[in-house]
Design a binder for this molecule. Structure first.
Ligand code: TRP
Length: 360
């Protein structure tokens, strides 16, 4: 008997992701839509360097590799773990600014909010009928978020948001979904929904293809205090922070009492995390960077990290300042992105209704 562990599954997912990555380059010149990509963020606050290094940069690279790109601002998803949407308008605006500053180009990338796309949301109804409550309840992200919610009752939206996410992905027939390890179960569910839709409602026609995960190669980054990065803990550097704010935050970062800087992720996680951040911005290896700093100690380490982050983000921040001068531009980008998403979602919904015999 073979026992498949989460690690085996992850190794297989990584191998599949590498194959997909190679195919993207081989294909890009011929057909931009074949590897259409969708990913997204919840508009809960400013993006930080963790988002930038682990996902935003990669989206821009994929766009520039001629992959047709969709980015959903998941505004309804904000309600899965909080009672109100908060400053949602400002948060959506801020996200679009960061996307544009990072290099997402609205003529090649469709940026939209899912609340503006009714047909996308309607897909959730037939999709909900294709999953069981047991499947939803054992989803690890739903479980984790429930655990973090401090004993609040489980809302229907939290339980079903992986299905909503499937609608985000399938409405535009995305084939590639860049995700972190934690989102793999969502993608499995999306694949199951695509398969079940085809067999149960479409007599085997391939209305939906199964999307594939593209896994990032950036290790999990910690906040400056050595714990999980979190906006509410204030242990992050936001992309929009000034160079001085960045320096001040890094000065307060936690290190340890050893004089010499070495790269030992297990034994010295805080120092290793700072090295990794600097190394990712500089495109170097953290171990070599540690050797170069050596006896310079924590003081020198923090200088190096501050320079790396500020230099790495200088262009982004200059573009943010430039974009902020024309708030109407963001509104325009969203309006156009939403219109494109609406057109596509209506097409998909009309196919769905037709194959289900509801197309009158
Ligand atoms: N759940 C994702 C997050 O919290 C955001 C998201 C919404 C998403 N819809 C998506 C990601 C579809 C990938 C595909 O970051």
């Amino acid at each position: 008997m073979t026992i498949t562990t989460e690690r085996d599954t992850y190794a297989a997912a990584l191998a599949a992701s590498d194959r997909l990555d190679a195919l993207i380059d081989a294909n890009a010149a011929q057909d931009r839509t074949r590897f259409r990509m969708l990913t997204g963020d919840r508009p809960t606050g400013p993006l930080h360097i963790g988002h930038y290094l682990a996902s935003l940069r990669n989206r821009v690279r994929l766009q520039d590799r001629r992959v047709e790109t969709f980015v959903v601002i998941a505004d309804y998803q904000v309600l899965t773990d909080r009672d109100s949407v908060g400053r949602i308008g400002a948060n959506v605006h801020g996200l679009v600014l960061d996307y544009l500053a990072a290099g997402l180009d609205p003529t090649r990338t469709t940026i939209f909010t899912h609340s503006a796309v009714p047909a996308l949301n309607q897909l959730m109804l037939p999709f909900l009928a294709l999953v069981t409550d047991a499947e939803l309840r054992r989803n690890p992200t739903v479980k984790d978020e429930l655990a973090l919610s401090g004993g609040r009752p489980l809302s229907g939206l939290l339980l079903t948001y992986p299905v909503h996410q499937a609608a985000d992905i399938l409405f535009c027939h995305a084939r590639v979904v860049p995700v972190g390890r934690d989102q793999l179960p969502h993608l499995e569910l999306t694949r199951a929904i695509a398969r079940r839709f085809n067999t149960r409602y479409a007599t085997g026609q391939r209305v939906f293809a199964e999307p594939e995960a593209l896994l990032g190669d950036v290790p999990l980054l910690m906040g400056l205090d050595g714990t999980k990065m979190s906006k509410s803990k204030g242990n992050v550097i936001n992309l929009r922070d000034t160079a001085d704010e960045t320096a001040a935050r890094i000065r307060m970062a936690r290190t340890d009492s050893e004089l010499r800087v070495t790269y030992e992720p297990r034994r010295r996680p805080e120092v290793a995390n700072l090295l990794t951040i600097a190394a990712l911005f500089r495109g170097e290896s953290p171990a070599l960077l540690a050797e170069a700093i050596g006896d310079g100690g924590a003081r020198r380490l923090k200088q190096v990290v501050t320079e790396a982050v500020n230099e790495g983000l200088a262009g982004h921040r200059a573009r943010l300042a430039e974009l902020a001068r024309d708030p109407g531009h963001v509104t325009q980008v969203l309006r156009e992105g939403n219109a494109r998403a609406v057109a596509l979602a209506e097409q998909t919904l009309s196919t769905v209704r037709a194959v289900m015999g509801m197309g009158h």
